[in-house]
Design a protein around this ligand. Structure first.
Ligand SMILES: Nc1ncnc2c1ncn2[C@@H]1O[C@H](COP(=O)(O)OP(=O)(O)OP(=O)(O)O)[C@@H](O)[C@H]1O
Length: 308
């Protein structure tokens, strides 16, 4: 089967600045969710815009659905669904009209568009708001409507740029649940996020991006196994600097990270490590034992946290 997305040495430059610096990406599986995880400015949106055929690559090789974005942009876009970072819904129109009007761009007949709009409103749980204007909708509802709009042309591949940024936890969970359903229906999702929990929940495979480059690639579980330990102990010491305490923790676990407000110990067994901290007569103000996450992977790879 040919790849849905195939990028080799993909580059995006803005003047002298290189936003995407020669990345390789291959998305093949139908029903897969592929993620770009990285902090602000990592180059995720620039990559998505190239994949979405709205921004030409400055270099490298890119094929979407087996086609060349420079030559076959309209044909590719007809088979893509795009959910941009900022909702760009038409506030003059009702919820349903936003879908039916968008359907016209794809040449979908009116009757089919109306049926599809109703199905999609049901899918994103907005049927009751079908005739209301967009403006009074909550952030989560607008996001779900934007996702519904991205599905109007029954795309094989849906691009979602930070699908839940700015939403409250409940609204995020509702969006995740809908995206998960889409995956189950065999739609391939490609998303960008700087939320590690989002990447862990949704992505089968992801790349960790930083400074326009790919720092690592794999499933969330593989990345955690490769770059972190099973558990992490977070120790907060009531002091201006955590550094002096970190040096006294040397040898506990395989690695130590010192953050401005806490020390992280990377260990196989958190409880055993906490016992050792006790034996060294260190008295942290708080202790938390947790499982490793993609945040730890990112910290290990880049020396920085994902969200400032
Ligand atoms: N049109 C542009 N002109 C100049 N620089 C740009 C342009 N678009 C993006 N950049 C720069 O390229 C870098 C990568 O931006 P990009 O939006 O791709 O990052 P991102 O990972 O998606 O982050 P964000 O979450 O902030 O969107 C940033 O430093 C940004 O300022």
């Amino acid at each position: 089967m040919s790849a849905l997305i195939e990028a080799r040495g993909l580059v995006k430059r803005f003047g002298d600045f290189t936003a995407v610096d020669g990345i390789d990406v291959s998305v093949t599986g139908a029903g897969e969710c592929f993620g770009f995880l990285g902090p602000n400015g990592a180059g995720k949106s620039s990559t998505m815009r190239m994949i979405g055929c709205v921004s030409p690559p400055s270099g490298g090789h890119l094929r979407i659905l087996g086609m060349d974005p420079l030559r076959d942009g309209p044909a590719i876009r007809a088979r893509l669904g795009v959910c941009p970072q900022l909702d760009n819904l038409d506030t003059e129109l009702t919820v349903r009209e936003n879908l039916t009007t968008y359907a016209r761009f794809f040449g979908i007949p009116r009757r089919v568009a109306r049926e599809r709009a109703d199905e999609l409103l049901d899918f994103v749980q907005l049927t009751e708001r079908a005739n209301s204007k967009v403006e009074p909708l909550s952030g989560g509802m607008k996001r779900r409507l934007t996702i519904a709009r991205a599905l109007v042309n029954e795309p094989e591949l849906v691009l979602l740029d930070e699908p839940t940024t700015g939403l409250d936890p409940q609204a995020r969970h509702l969006v995740w649940e809908r995206l998960f359903r889409l995956k189950q229906q065999g739609v391939t999702l490609v998303l960008t996020t700087h939320y590690m929990d989002e990447a862990e929940q949704l992505c089968d495979r992801l790349v960790v991006m930083d400074g326009g480059r790919i720092a690592a690639e794999g499933s969330p579980r593989e990345l955690i196994e490769r770059y972190s330990t099973r558990e992490v102990v977070e120790l907060r010491f009531a002091a201006e600097s955590q550094e002096p305490f970190a040096s006294k923790l040397a040898g506990i676990g395989s690695r130590t990270e010192v953050l401005p407000d806490r020390v992280l110990l990377y260990v196989a067994d958190g409880d055993e490590a906490v016992a050792e901290v006790g034996r060294r007569a260190l008295q942290p103000a708080s202790v938390l034992v947790r499982r490793s996450s993609l945040e730890d992977v990112f910290l290990h790879l880049t020396g920085r946290t994902l969200v400032d």
